[in-house]
Write a protein that binds this ligand. Structure first.
Ligand SMILES: Cc1ncc(C[n+]2csc(CCOP(=O)(O)OP(=O)(O)O)c2C)c(N)n1
Length: 664
């Protein structure tokens, strides 16, 4: 829908959305608001318009009725935050430091009460869900989508262990998330009195950039400073703090009780490492020798906000750019120098400049040939040379290095190489189109090739601006189709959910975090504030985190969840000739995830035929715009689509946009 479509229906879309947004912030019942404001009649007419009727005729849709929200939500929203003052608990002292650092969001479940309650009371935005694991994925996605540090929390013992999956994902993606957990008292240490005791540091030691067990309330501000120094400088990664009861509960009475009570501008620096002139000269010399140079833009380009400098450098030197990393869009896919959709050309690159590629692939994992020579720009000298032979290592903040390179590099031309890249892009797109034509033959269920192509048509060639919608790109088999079609035109338009750690099931958690980031317009999502987001996943994945659909509904997040429902774990086809093994990979058939969504206060649409998919998507998008409520589109596929010999093209290989960007 575009603005003129709404105008034709007599609805001013921006006013409608603004009104709804405002109401959502007050966390009152949307239905009550709509009725009271008279909007219900207007939007009700829209909702039952021509499109809606067409959709209802074709699909089984469940008309979502928002479930009542307790009045406590509105009361909370109207209660002003507390201003911390002495005497205060250690928990409040820590929360105060987080607030001063601008901590953008805390995603958690009840537990670690003293600290999380102190954070809520002083006004840090807190979002609670149904499982600490999903909430840790939400924090990871929020930070990947915005570039802003977020936090996640669990209670001691089981709350903490539930955070581990999210921590491992965040570490693989190098996401700066603050992981906090309570941890009983020093007094009880090792005694196994009471429940839920466990030592935490050895569990997280290989998954964090820094960790600390806090035992002394007097030092909570000081250790918050340690944490934020780590989170906001150098190569980002998660930090883990665990709070003993003593550190949370103890009261601080006078200013002298707070150790190292410096402001953030005194305990950390905004200075960044700059490139050494000699290494800049060497890099330029190597690039000038190259006939087919290429830049790999990865995670560090996002966190250092280097996209403008990257573009200037690429344009001045006419060096193509391929994206890789935990999020995409820092170099737009429609730029003439983009090589992201030219997988076949990459093998012939002769000099590769890796920028902010924190998670390093090894030879053979990359799409480059064995004779490629490498330059690497990275803030961590100690990582340069791991996995790949690096001829020039520039130790620098990515943006600082690119700004110097823009100044110092001469203009260059690589016309033949760029033509090769363009031809490879066309070949890739032609291949995708041919595959779509091929899968249109399958009529009895929805093929993932239909989802991929039609989603792209809707997002990039329909009525909404192509850079508008954030996509959470998840799934296993389905992703091998969707990732061929998804595009990114601005920073963090795509969040690669399972980047490198490959967790099946993180996705609805990711939808919560990325959804809050866009709904509230944090960081680089500010220009897209309030717009719907879309997350794709398999049915096995939805099984892990589907309960967070309730969280999406509770928080009024306008998210669209596409579940590719093939009645199986995507791994089933590898054992298709092992009768005793196959059932290990199967579910009951045709599960109604859409009805589950409805029961949880969201909307659900069940799509069973290819021609129903696009109308369902339009309907879900319209619902998201008009009501800020989520929809689960349960798309019925079939497991046999993964059998290449029987139903080609079957389970696809790993050719996709980017430098095998899913993995690196
Ligand atoms: C937590 C977790 N368990 C198991 C695996 C191994 N694994 C990788 S893909 C996959 C199947 C995923 O199936 P589904 O989510 O339905 O994806 P689809 O193939 O339909 O896209 C499994 C079991 C994993 N990566 N993560």
């Amino acid at each position: 829908m575009n603005a003129s479509d709404y105008t034709k229906m007599g609805v001013n879309k921006s006013v409608l959305v603004d009104e709804l947004e405002r109401k959502s912030e007050n966390l009152q019942s949307r239905r009550t608001f709509l009725t009271a404001s008279g909007l219900l009649a207007a939007t009700g007419a829209v909702a039952t318009g021509a499109l809606s009727k067409a959709v209802s005729a074709a699909t089984k849709e469940t008309a979502g009725q928002p479930l009542p929200l307790p009045a406590d939500f509105a009361t909370a929203a109207q209660t002003p935050p507390e201003v911390p003052k002495l005497p205060m608990t250690g928990a409040t002292l820590f929360a105060r430091a987080c607030k001063a650092e601008g901590l953008a969001a805390l995603f958690c479940c009840p537990g670690n009460y003293t600290v999380t309650h102190a954070m809520a009371k002083i006004g840090i935005p807190v979002y609670t869900g149904r499982d600490e694991r999903s909430m840790s994925h939400a924090a990871d996605a929020f930070t990947r989508a915005t570039g802003e540090v977020s936090a996640t929390s669990g209670t001691e013992g089981p709350g903490f262990t539930n955070l581990i999956s999210g921590l491992a994902n965040a570490k693989a993606a190098r996401t700066p998330v603050l992981f906090i957990a309570s941890n009983k008292s020093v007094r009880e240490e090792d005694a196994e009195v009471a429940i839920q005791l466990m030592e935490q540091e050895s569990v997280t030691s290989h998954m964090v950039k820094w960790q600390k067990r806090l035992v002394n309330a007097h030092r909570n501000h000081e250790y918050a400073a340690y944490a934020f120094r780590q989170l906001k400088t150098g190569v980002p990664s998660p930090v883990h703090l665990n709070f003993t009861a003593e550190a949370g509960d103890e009261k601080l009475k006078k200013p002298g009780d707070i150790a190292y009570n410096f402001d953030k501008c005194l305990y950390r620096t905004e200075a960044k490492p700059n490139p050494s002139p000699a290494h800049v000269v060497k890099s330029i010399a190597l690039l000038r020798q190259a006939a087919r140079p290429i830049i790999v833009s990865s995670t560090g380009v996002f966190y250092s906000k280097a996209w403008d400098a990257l573009r200037q450098f690429a344009e001045k030197t006419q060096i193509p750019v391929v994206e890789s990393g935990a999020m995409r869009g820092q170099f737009p896919d429609d730029h003439p120098l983009s090589a992201t959709c030219s997988p076949d050309a990459l093998a012939s690159a002769d000099v590769v400049m890796l920028i902010g590629q924190y998670c390093m692939p090894s030879i053979g994992e990359y799409a480059f040939g064995p004779d490629a020579r490498y330059i690497r720009i990275d803030p961590a000298a100690e990582d340069i040379g791991r996995n790949l032979p690096i001829e020039v290592g520039i130790v620098s903040d990515e943006k600082a290095a690119l700004e110097v390179l823009v100044q110092d590099a001469p203009a260059m031309r690589h016309d033949a190489w760029i033509a090769e890249i363009m031809a490879a892009r066309k070949k890739f797109e032609d291949e995708n189109d041919a595959m779509y034509q091929q899968v249109l033959a399958y009529k009895d269920a929805v093929h993932p090739g239909v989802i991929a192509k039609e989603l792209a048509e809707f997002l990039y060639r329909g009525n909404i601006p192509k850079e508008q919608t954030l996509i959470g790109s998840g799934g296993f088999g389905v992703a091998r189709y969707t990732r061929r079609w998804l595009r990114a035109y601005r920073p963090a338009q795509i969040v690669n959910g399972q980047y490198q750690f490959g967790t099946v099931g993180a996705d609805v958690g990711y939808a919560v975090g990325a959804g809050i980031a866009v709904k509230e317009g944090h960081g680089v999502q500010a220009p897209y504030k309030g717009h719907p987001t879309i997350t794709i996943m398999g049915d096995a994945a939805f099984g892990y985190s589907g309960m967070e659909t309730e969280t999406l509904a509770k928080l009024r997040i306008p998210a669209i969840i596409i579940v590719y429902n093939n009645n199986a774990w995507g791994t089933w086809y590898l054992q298709a000739d092992e009768p005793r093994v196959v059932p290990m990979h199967l579910f009951q058939e045709n599960i109604r995830y859409d009805k589950m969504a409805e029961a949880l206060g969201a909307n659900g649409i069940y799509v069973t035929k290819p021609e129903e998919f696009t109308p369902a998507l339009k309907k879900a998008y319209k619902t998201a715009v008009e009501t800020s409520m989520p929809t689960v589109i349960n798309v019925q596929g079939k497991k046999e689509y993964w059998q290449r010999e029987k139903l080609p093209p079957g389970f696809l290989g790993k050719v996709e946009p980017g430098v095998t960007s899913y993995y690196h």
